[in-house]
Design a protein around this ligand. Structure first.
Ligand code: GLU
Ligand code: MG
Length: 429
């Protein structure tokens, strides 16, 4: 056992399902080795569990068969008080990768980039709403967007969060009160894609765990309260070819290289097809509306907060260099899938030399003809189901599981009053 696990009593291994929900198995620490070699049992139906615990069986994902949740001990770490955690892969009983394992898909996407001499860095931003333990709003009389008073009112929780993140090696970079009442955000350092998605999972677990200790709860729902602000799960991406960065140092707009232009062109061209992956839940479309900085338009612009793709150019003010922030992603998205499809679109853009669409330098709502991302879950799912590109990026199995569970949401909650749905699903993610 690695020294990181000294003091651990219980080890949790997690996967994220197609609906974006964390699923896990736990073992007493003495069984950690078996969790890493044989793995722990998981029915194929784990892939078609819905957000309300209904199971949407398909011919492929039924009641027969078994998979394994297998951890990698080198990524396991102690979260404190005897609890350890590791991300897991979904493998067959023979230890082979499965086509439905989203973490393995991201690893394959990264390998496809490597074949082209490309490396990617990904960094997650996490927005969440802090509530009372019973899910009711916290009494926050001094809430100011980006205000210090809001931070001071939540100081014991935030101190514990920051300290624990430091202790367990979660690379938290900054934290602030967001514009929504009770809403906070922190961002994570860029890293290789699989580590970045693992860090997002860890960050969510940690935030929920610390909140519980303070008698509070956190909502990572895209829309925790129907009349409140939405939670985004924006992803920053940057790419390099043989070490040379693509989003800076070129002679295109704002220093983009020709390849950097193709990256943005590829992502923008594919966004309408894959928005059902990035923001596909029943609460995603009500968040993804103009005027909420959620990236409702498939366009790009330098520091444009209403564009789905915000270019952050290389300046002394960007310590990690240039990146694109994809803003339309929300926390109901499986982060392994979100990173996979975005990097897949970037590669697609590079391979076919996609052109850079015109920059939008104002609020895109003011520019006639700007492509609005689907305004409803039905349209997002239809676009996803019909897209050969999405099928290629996700594979048949993941696409089937994803459209099945999201289809259940649409059918079950699509016509229900938004406030009721927001309340029912407040702590799903
Ligand atoms: N809360 C917004 C969203 O739903 C994002 C606000 C921001 O730009 O940080 O994505
Ligand atoms: Mg934010």
């Amino acid at each position: 056992m690695t020294s990181e696990l000294t003091g651990a009593r219980l080890l949790a291994g997690t996967v994220v399902d197609p609906a974006g929900v964390l699923r896990s198995k736990q073992v007493p620490i003495a069984h950690a080795g078996i969790f890493a070699s044989s793995g722990m049992g998981a029915s194929p139906s784990w892939n078609v569990f819905c957000i309300d615990n209904a199971v949407s069986f398909t011919p492929r994902f039924g009641v027969v068969g078994d998979l394994r949740l297998r951890i990698d001990l080198s990524t396991a770490r102690l979260l404190g008080d005897g609890l350890a955690w590791s991300p897991a892969d979904l493998v067959t009983q023979h230890g082979e990768p499965t086509a439905v394992c989203t973490r393995s898909l991201l690893r394959r996407t990264e390998a496809a980039l490597t074949e082209h001499g490309l490396t990617a860095l990904v960094g997650g931003e996490l927005e969440f709403v802090l509530t009372q333990a019973d899910g009711s709003p916290r009494h926050t009389p001094r809430w100011n967007a980006y205000g210090l008073s809001a931070v001071l009112d939540a100081e014991p929780f935030l101190m514990d969060l920051v300290e624990t993140a430091g202790n367990i090696g979660l690379p938290m970079e900054q934290i602030h009160a967001e514009y929504g009442d009770g809403q906070f955000e922190f961002s994570l350092s860029p890293s290789d894609p699989v580590t970045a998605a693992d860090n997002i999972v860890l960050a969510r677990i940690l935030t929920g765990r610390i909140a519980r200790r303070h008698g509070l709860a956190v909502s990572f729902s895209p829309l925790p309260f129907a009349d409140g602000a939405g939670n985004g799960a924006h992803l920053h991406l940057s790419l390099a070819r043989y070490g040379t960065r693509l989003l800076s140092g070129g002679d295109g707009p704002h220093g983009l290289t020709r390849d950097g232009e193709a990256v943005i062109g590829g992502i923008l061209a594919g966004l309408p097809d894959v928005i059902g992956v990035l923001a596909g839940s029943v609460l995603s479309a009500p968040r993804l509306r103009p005027g909420r900085w959620s990236g409702a338009f498939a366009c790009w612009g330098l520091e444009n907060r209403e564009a789905a793709v915000r270019l952050c150019a290389a300046t002394p003010g960007t310590p990690h260099g240039a990146s694109v922030e994809v803003k339309c992603v929300d926390p109901s998205a499986n982060p392994y899938l979100a990173a996979s499809v975005l990097l897949g679109l970037a590669l697609d853009g590079l391979e076919r030399g996609a052109g850079l669409p015109p920059e939008v330098t104002v609020d895109p709502a003011e520019v006639p003809g700007t492509v609005r991302l689907p305004a409803g879950q039905d349209a997002a799912l239809a676009a996803l189901g019909d897209s050969p590109l999405a099928r290629r990026l996700l594979g048949e199995e993941i696409l089937e599981a994803l459209t099945t569970v999201r289809g259940h949401e649409l059918e079950t909650y699509g016509k229900e009053d938004l406030a009721t749905v927001a309340e029912k699903l407040r702590f799903t993610w």
